[in-house]
Design a protein around this ligand. Structure first.
Ligand code: ATP
Ligand code: MG
Length: 710
């Protein structure tokens, strides 16, 4: 088929491309709007949402609005229609971004990453699955077995991680309560040959406590509602959700979800497929042990805590394959080293209950990390000698959180979002600037609010919030959360983004001695300091570690290597939770910055999960804090469109008799210049070293039109 006929055939599909689509239901790229202001932006977003056009570009950034309904735009036909096409040829779609990341990686032999951001319920996890589905569908045309296996594991891992790491919250029925960054390794043909998942800070406090209207992690309900009768009776469980304290704190148990039962089966199948099927029993035993732990109560006997119901204790010990007497000791007392002697010190009832909850949280957290490690084992890249591989990284991490009560977890999550916003600013600006410099083109700088100051407020050595918190945690003697707040108030009293009642005595919205406020880029968040020190120390009595290290279940034992240490062994002070989170974020940002980024900016259209409601105020807030308008301006300030000369010539040579069918009188750049000159577009373009830069989208329109007319 000759190129002319091929183009004629493509014409119908191009009619639906970014440019054409714009005329009917808003514009497919915000850069193409007639005027760039918030009102026009919001109008375009709303028109498109209402017309079921959930995706819109800002250049190579895609804005996605959660449709809250199933759209028929993810099927095989759609996938095929995006495969190998240029971004502007087809209507905006995540497939196009996934394809661009894949194509860029292959063309430039450079690592790329897709950063998905947005608040809880905005559609990040769904977007990451759509991207994975696309990458899996368009690769491995030759059907290699190993590539098939890796792809399968990458897809299957989702349901296990969601079972153990997601929960129903008031904002999202399937909210990810951990951060996830996945590297996919590709060979020189662009086929996936390995991968690695990095998980960040699981919200383990959920294991023992949930806000009204929220649930514990899905896994608990899946086991209780979907588990086989045999398994449940063996583990001493009933199906009555109300009978478990960890699922029912106020007598207002959240019920099962329609999917719990079927998901249980899917999780088991996925574990089998990925290849750690021999561990399924242990995984569910740990979940069961936690349910029983929640029901374990203590009585005071001469001030010492005693277990009320020994039957529950026996159950727990048998599920974890540990000695029941040892388990009782670990729950009711602790061994301390004093003057070279080991002394057993009884807990009060309060201490015992605290220890029990810390134990439950720690076992669950370890289980989750262990699961991720096992998925990683199965897809670990086998080094293939000299052949280099490239990576696409996909980041799906918790969005900005603002609750009625915000604690240490929200503080960490919001800090993470500050870091990602900082990266976005850096990369979007850097990338544009660098490209102009590289291509020898002048451009005008656009101002952004730079949130670096807030990142510093949190992470700076010595006087950042994490540093002050660590200081409070290592101070000998009893340091209270309030003392920590005092220290913060002193150290940060002059910071524009930090407020406490002590420093702002007139601000009645802040509770004295209890709260501090951070003026985040996405809005103000008031944090309650209660529990900060505890959560940062993240201590678990060595007795528990030793107990599980001595488990006769080898899988459980392997999760607790540090239990081997004896109580009087001098141990290094462990890294605090805050510092270790901070370090992992710095590492993550460094990693992302080394890759060529593609951005998915997710927007939640309303709070009611409605497919028809566009809550203008809520959307506007998100558009503002995601910096989308500035993004459009940066993109427009320079040149809306840029294209390598060879691609330009290939696409538009049909317009000119001098370049059709083949241009032989010079370089690709010469051919490009000729077409531009003949069509009088010279004043609107600049010639870079390898690319043509076109200022106005209208020129692009005109070129496309001429191409279609030919
Ligand atoms: P969190 O930060 O809480 O994990 P999230 O941004 O990952 O939130 P998702 O879980 O991806 O949000 O989406 C929330 C819900 O919105 C989904 O369970 C689904 O019901 C709906 N949804 C999101 N994206 C789509 C889509 N493309 N098509 C249909 N429904 C969607
Ligand atoms: Mg999610």
């Amino acid at each position: 088929m000759g190129p002319k006929r091929e183009i004629a055939m493509k014409k119908t599909t191009q009619m639906a491309g970014v440019l054409e689509e714009g005329r009917q239901c808003g514009v497919g790229d915000f850069v193409l709007m007639d005027s760039i202001d918030l009102n026009s932006f919001m109008k375009n977003l709303q028109i498109r949402f209402e017309a079921n056009k959930i995706y819109t570009y800002i250049g190579e950034v895609i804005v996605s609005v959660n449709p809250y309904k199933t759209l028929d735009i993810f099927n095989k036909q759609y996938i095929d229609s995006y495969k190998g096409r240029e971004i502007f040829e087809r209507p905006p779609h995540l497939f196009a971004i996934a394809d661009a990341a894949h194509k860029t990686m292959k063309r430039k032999f450079k690592d790329t990453c897709i950063v998905i951001s947005g608040e809880s319920g905005a559609g990040k996890t769904e977007a990451s699955k759509i991207i994975m589905k696309y990458l899996a569908s368009v690769t491995n045309v030759s059907g290699q077995k190993e590539v098939e296996r890796v792809k399968n594991i990458l897809l299957q891992s989702n349901c296990i991680l969601e079972s153990f790491g997601n929960a129903k919250t008031n904002r999202n029925d399937n909210s990810s309560r951990f951060g996830k960054y996945m590297d996919i390794n590709f060979d020189f043909k662009g086929d996936p040959i390995g991968g690695h998942i990095e998980n960040y800070l699981l919200e383990k406090s959920r294991v023992v406590h949930q806000q009204p209207g929220e649930r514990n992690f899905h896994s608990f309900y899946q086991l209780l509602l979907g588990g086989e009768d045999r398994r449940l009776s063996e583990y001493g469980l009933s199906r009555d959700l109300k009978s478990y304290a960890y699922l029912n704190q106020r007598g207002d148990t959240e019920g099962g979800l329609a999917s719990d039962k079927t998901d249980y089966k899917l999780v088991n199948d996925a574990v089998e497929i990925i290849g750690f099927g021999q561990a399924i029993d242990t995984m569910w035993k740990i979940v069961s042990a936690i349910l029983h732990l929640g029901n374990l109560e203590f009585l005071a006997e001469n001030d010492d805590a005693k277990i009320k119901d020994k039957k529950i204790l026996k159950n727990i010990a048998s599920l974890l394959n540990v000695d029941s007497t040892e388990a009782e000791k670990a729950l009711c007392s602790r061994v301390v080293a004093a003057k070279g002697e080991r002394v057993e010190k009884g807990h009060t009832v309060e201490q015992a209950a605290y220890g029990r909850d810390a134990f439950a949280k720690a076992i669950y957290d370890r289980l989750f990390t262990w699961i991720v490690a096992n998925v990683n084992n199965a897809i670990h890249l086998k080094t293939t000698g000299s052949s280099k591989n490239t990576i696409i990284g996909v980041l799906d991490i918790y969005g900005f959180e603002l609750f009625d009560n915000n604690s240490f977890e929200q503080f960490c999550i919001n800090y993470c979002n500050e870091k990602l916003q900082q990266l976005f600013i850096e990369l979007v600006l850097k990338q544009e600037q660098e490209e102009y410099t590289r291509e020898g083109i002048e451009w005008q700088h656009i101002d952004y609010f730079n949130n670096k100051i807030i990142c510093d407020l949190v992470e700076a050595p010595h006087k950042g919030i994490f540093a002050v918190l660590d200081e409070a945690c290592i101070t000998v003697g009893k340091v209270t959360d309030q003392m920590f707040l005092d220290a913060l108030s002193d150290k940060l009293k002059n910071h524009n983004h930090f407020e406490t009642r002590k420093n702002k005595s007139n601000d009645k919205t802040l509770e004295f001695g209890k709260e501090f406020r951070v003026v985040h880029y996405a809005g103000n968040v008031t944090y309650c300091v209660n529990g900060f020190i505890d959560k940062n120390k993240d201590l678990l009595f060595q007795d528990f570690k030793r107990l599980l290290h001595n488990s006769s279940n080898q899988i459980i034992k392997s999760m607790w290597p540090e239990g081997a240490k004896s109580v009087d062994a001098v141990t290094k002070r462990p890294t605090t939770a805050g510092t270790s989170f901070k370090n992992s974020m710095i590492e993550l940002v460094k990693n992302l910055a080394s890759k060529e980024p593609f951005y998915v900016r997710c927007i939640k259209p309303n709070e009611d999960k409605s497919p028809v409601k566009f809550d203008r105020e809520r959307c506007e807030h998100q558009v503002k804090y995601l910096g989308l308008l500035e993004n459009v301006r940066v993109r427009r300030a320079g040149f809306a469109i840029r294209m390598p000369y060879d691609r330009f010539l290939k696409r538009y040579k049909i317009i000119s008799a001098s370049t059709w069918p083949t241009f032989r009188k010079g370089s690709d750049q010469d051919g490009t210049r000729l077409i531009i000159r003949e069509n009088n577009f010279e004043s609107d373009v600049k010639y870079g070293k390898t690319k043509i830069f076109i200022r106005s989208p209208k020129t692009m329109f005109a070129l496309e039109q001429k191409r279609e007319d030919n």
